[in-house]
Design a protein around this ligand. Structure first.
Ligand SMILES: NC(=O)c1ccc[n+]([C@@H]2O[C@H](COP(=O)([O-])OP(=O)(O)OC[C@H]3O[C@@H](n4cnc5c(N)ncnc54)[C@H](OP(=O)(O)O)[C@@H]3O)[C@@H](O)[C@H]2O)c1
Length: 336
């Protein structure tokens, strides 16, 4: 019975959010005065729900990384109107396509020049359920944005994340995954670039990139948190089925007609962007644990068998290191 209630609470919005065995609401986000956060994709959708909540709870400075200037301008206007100009002025927007790893490194270096601490890193940006596409340098775009770009970003921010943690603060990194990771191809090994460039269909492409986020979370926990950095936590989240651009517009790219089932048919059951932000805000401001997969609202769950494979975890991170280094001619590297 608890399993059914948790599944409904994890995935659906409105009254369903209250059915789960764990409880967490955005109002329980602690006061964040003096703290600094970095949120990728904080301009719209779930990331905006997270950014809005951090600002509402007085975060001192908030770096938002995203692509579209128009979207962030709109987001800042909403923040200024609803939370006040002072809160909007705490946002530092950095234009950053996470598939461009040289740019991602540059942005991370600029952030480190601009702040002497980072308490929260939310790796949330994502390419949704869409057709397979290669970047111009020949890497599957889902993996390049959703996984590799975030590994590059985290790696270059790591010295400052560690320093902040060593000064007695709990530093939290939250990676946006999804229960769609169950859709990763069952023969996934993360053994070669050819393998991840193979077209596995929209759900397979997306699911594989979300599986990568879960494996990275365990890798980081094992190699950083548990090896001398107990105050530097990394968790992954599942936000549920959320009404955002991904689930209302992007879904029509692979499924022009069938996509209506998700974009309109499911709309009344979806979570709002604020309901979808709940597990991330929990993981980014409250949890004392690391290496978990936290489903909405704040329930640690066991992820898929593939997500628990140490072999896949090691393969993925070796492949990530090699691909980033090779495709940028060594100008960007994965550092841990
Ligand atoms: N919606 C759901 O039901 C659902 C379920 C499970 C997991 N998720 C995950 O939740 C996260 C947020 O998705 P969402 O549903 O809120 O989607 P969304 O409203 O489409 O927002 C996506 C965000 O990612 C940014 N972004 C996209 N491509 C990028 C790139 N190449 N480089 C940097 N930033 C990029 C976008 O920036 P711009 O504003 O500049 O375009 C936007 O801020 C994603 O990781 C998604 O996979 C969503």
């Amino acid at each position: 019975m608890d399993k059914i209630r948790n599944t409904l609470a994890e995935n659906l919005g409105g009254p369903f959010t209250k059915l789960g065995t764990s409880h967490f609401e955005l109002d329980q986000c602690p006061d964040l005065s003096g703290k600094v956060a970095v949120v990728t994709g904080g301009s719209q959708g779930i990331g905006f729900g997270v950014a809005y909540t951090l600002l509402k709870h007085n975060i001192g400075k908030l770096y938002i990384l995203s692509v579209s200037k128009d979207v962030i301008e709109g987001a800042k206007k909403v923040i200024a109107k609803e939370l006040g100009q002072d809160k909007a002025d705490r946002i530092r927007w950095m234009q950053c396509d996470l598939s461009d790893w040289r740019r991602t490194k540059e942005v991370a270096e600029a952030i480190k020049q601009d702040t002497d601490r980072i308490d929260i890193l939310v790796n949330n940006s994502g390419r949704g359920i869409m057709t397979a596409q290669l970047t111009d340098y020949g890497v599957d775009r889902h993996m390049a944005v959703n996984h590799m770009g975030h590994v590059v970003l985290t790696g270059y921010l790591l010295p400052l994340l560690k320093k902040t943690a060593e000064q007695g603060n709990i530093v939290r990194i939250s990676n946006q995954s999804s229960n769609a990771h169950y859709g990763a191809p069952s023969d996934t090994k993360f053994a070669t670039l050819d393998e991840i460039n193979r077209d596995s269909g929209p759900n397979g492409q997306y699911g594989r990139s979300k599986l990568a986020g879960l494996l990275y979370t365990r890798y980081f926990d094992r190699n950083i948190t548990k090896k001398g950095h107990p105050n530097l936590l990394m968790n992954a989240t599942h936000p549920g089925f959320v009404s955002t651009k991904q689930s209302t517009q992007d879904i029509h790219e692979p499924y022009p007609i069938a996509g209506y089932a998700m974009s309109y048919g499911m709309e009344p059951l979806k979570k709002s962007q604020f309901e979808g932000a709940v597990p991330t805000v929990y993981a980014a401001t409250v949890t004392k644990n690391s290496g978990e997969w936290i489903c909405a609202p704040a329930t640690p769950e066991t992820a898929s068998e593939l997500a628990q494979s140490d072999e896949l975890m090691e393969n993925l991170m070796e492949l990530t290191r090699n691909v980033v280094s090779e495709k940028t001619g060594g100008e960007a590297v994965v550092s841990m």
